[in-house]
Design a protein around this ligand. Sequence first.
Ligand SMILES: NC(=O)c1ccc[n+]([C@@H]2O[C@H](COP(=O)([O-])OP(=O)(O)OC[C@H]3O[C@@H](n4cnc5c(N)ncnc54)[C@H](OP(=O)(O)O)[C@@H]3O)[C@@H](O)[C@H]2O)c1
Length: 273
Amino acid sequence: MQTITANGARIPAIGLGVMTLKEEICVKAVDAALRMGYRHIDTAQMYGNEREVGEGLRASRVPREEVFVTTKVWHDRLKVGDFERSVDDSLGRLKLSNVDLLLIHWPNKDVPLKETIDVLCKTKREGKTRHVGVANFTVGLIEEAAKLATEPLVTNQIEVHPFIDRSKVIAASRRHGLAITAYCPIARGAAPGDAVLARIGAAHGKTPAQVSLRYLVQQGIVPIPRSADPKHLADNLAVFDFSLSEAELAEIARLASANKRIVSPPHAPQWDG
Ligand SMILES: NC(=O)c1ccc[n+]([C@@H]2O[C@H](COP(=O)([O-])OP(=O)(O)OC[C@H]3O[C@@H](n4cnc5c(N)ncnc54)[C@H](OP(=O)(O)O)[C@@H]3O)[C@@H](O)[C@H]2O)c1
């Protein structure tokens, strides 16, 4: 598995997203993914499946230290005490002594950013996570967070796929050494149905979903596609054996528009961007 290096973290270049995967479906997806070579699993307190992620991890028999596990703290748990309880609860459900990456899932304007960044960094110093980062942070929030953080922030997890232009927030995150983790990397089913991605894929013997993932991987972005289907799991991993040309990358870039968001913020829209 290739890795992306960012502010001291080595992040496997593709991961499995598990949002909405529940109970046995989640256990089986995590187990199958790890057995076929995935080494990066993305869960969250809010997904309600950390217990199943831990079970899948143990069922796979892949050694714990080989797997990069991310979890997140939801926006209503960002005050210091709530945050600490959320992390302890997550570790308890996962049955792990630490995670590899802990993220603020969404910012919350009602809690001072300093309070949350301070407790996030303290969680790292306590050994409950190897690395810390953010998700859904705008250009302004990245600038603020980078100033406040006393531990390196290693990623900004944001919505990225061929149909959206995130160049400003990507540039701001990278200016501070953060990797970009792409959620909805196949646009929740829009990529598989896209004619341009299908035509480009046909030229490489690949599916449109694989082209969507390759488009991100080739830019050094870490996609975390979700699937519970063994064929899709395998397809999504098989994106390191072909390259898109400069002309193909440019053609895919032209599919993007500024506001083609799939995921809306769960609260105050003024914090989106
Ligand atoms: N930080 C945040 O705020 C945030 C927000 C949203 C998501 N996320 C994370 O990002 C992950 C991925 O995003 P997402 O789940 O929203 O969207 P996604 O990965 O873009 O799309 C998932 C959908 O695509 C299908 N699919 C997967 N691989 C496919 C393939 N090769 N060909 C055709 N269809 C395929 C899946 O169905 P099958 O099961 O049938 O394959 C599923 O319906 C989440 O699971 C979560 O971990 C984070």
